[in-house]
Design a protein around this ligand. Sequence first.
Ligand SMILES: *Cc1c(COP(=O)(O)O)cnc(C)c1O
Length: 427
Amino acid sequence: MDISKLDRKLIWHPFTQYKTDEPPTVIIRGEGSYVYDSKNNKLLDLISAWSVNIHGHCNPIIARAIYEQSLKLEHIIFLGFTHETAVKLCKNLSTILPPELTKFFFTDNGSTAVECALKMSIQYWKNKGQNKSMFIGLKGGYHGATYGSMSVGITSGFHDAFSKLCFTNKFIPFPETWLGDENVEEKEEKSLAMLKEHLRSCGSEIAALIVEPIVQGSQGMRMCRPSFITKIVELVRQYNILVICDEVLTGFGRTGTYFAFEQTGIVPDILCLAKSLTGGFLPMALTVATLDIYEAFLGDSFEQAFSNGHSYGANPLGCAAAIASFELLIKPETKEAIRIMSRTQQEEANKLMKCEKVERVRVHGTIVAFDIKKPVCILSFKEKCKKQGIILRLVGRSVYVMGPYTVTAEELRNAYDIIATDRKSVV
Ligand SMILES: *Cc1c(COP(=O)(O)O)cnc(C)c1O
């Protein structure tokens, strides 16, 4: 069977322009930090299978947990029923979350986790007798592909075709920064000034602030200073506005701590988790809320109840994968791997600073990104990377390096030679 041919005939891939894009690479299997294509070429996965994989491909512990769970209970409606795996997962996650975040609502991907957070915020205020239906977001933020999540991510550039049907929100510039950036204070001041203006003009209509803390993933890993997030949260809270942290990408160790918000000193009212929640095995997401949010939904009729849910909510297989992934994450070996990866990334970022072909080198925790100075052809870039045995993604002119925590320091150093620091490098 010619997979490529049949794929072309049958399948419509995401975010793909068929007229100009290359056919997709057929991947046969994965193991650890590598995947193998149909010619058995070994490729280092430096995009973590679109940011979902943290413990490597086909991790046998997670695989076994799913298999064993599938023989016990594969799924049950989560309305009026519950199961041990869901409860155990939330109990586990509680141990690495602040005590304020206590109520876990299950959905099945990042977009629905955000959608759920938006609906929670709006109904929270409605139940309290207040009509607040706008959000404040950061320009360039990406929060998912459904209408609510597109509405708070409309400035990302991914949703222009649907902008007419998206609801109106307020946005402030994202003060992106990088190594050696001298204008960060200025950018932050500008952004804070705009926030203050929004708050003065319509603060009472804003239900919540939504942020990707520290790293804007889909924008090519744009980064801001943690203290900026602290400042905007403190400001909006003076106006009785809820705070949603979208940690769909930054969660589970990516920025060096379990969650990025830990580095900002703030605790969100609502937290969105997805992507690597299951270690990259199954689609599952959580929207975690404070007791205050939850209690606003208590009442004598269904009218106050949170009217939201999905058929595959709290799927036991997803929960089993997430429990196994959590247990791997909190192991001292994994913490050490994250520390080593973060240190290596920092060192390599410093080296990239000396590379003439790139600019705006940024690093936070396990994530490095930079921009290529000259215009680049995505096709030839991807092709060159693949030939050298690495998988990378180009977003505009930004390249990011974000592998699973199984990638070693040596593998990373080799990858940077291939990418940019060697004479024969791809950029
Ligand atoms: C990927 C992403 C989403 C959307 O998640 P999906 O699972 O693709 O729907 C939302 N927010 C952030 C920050 C993301 O990176």
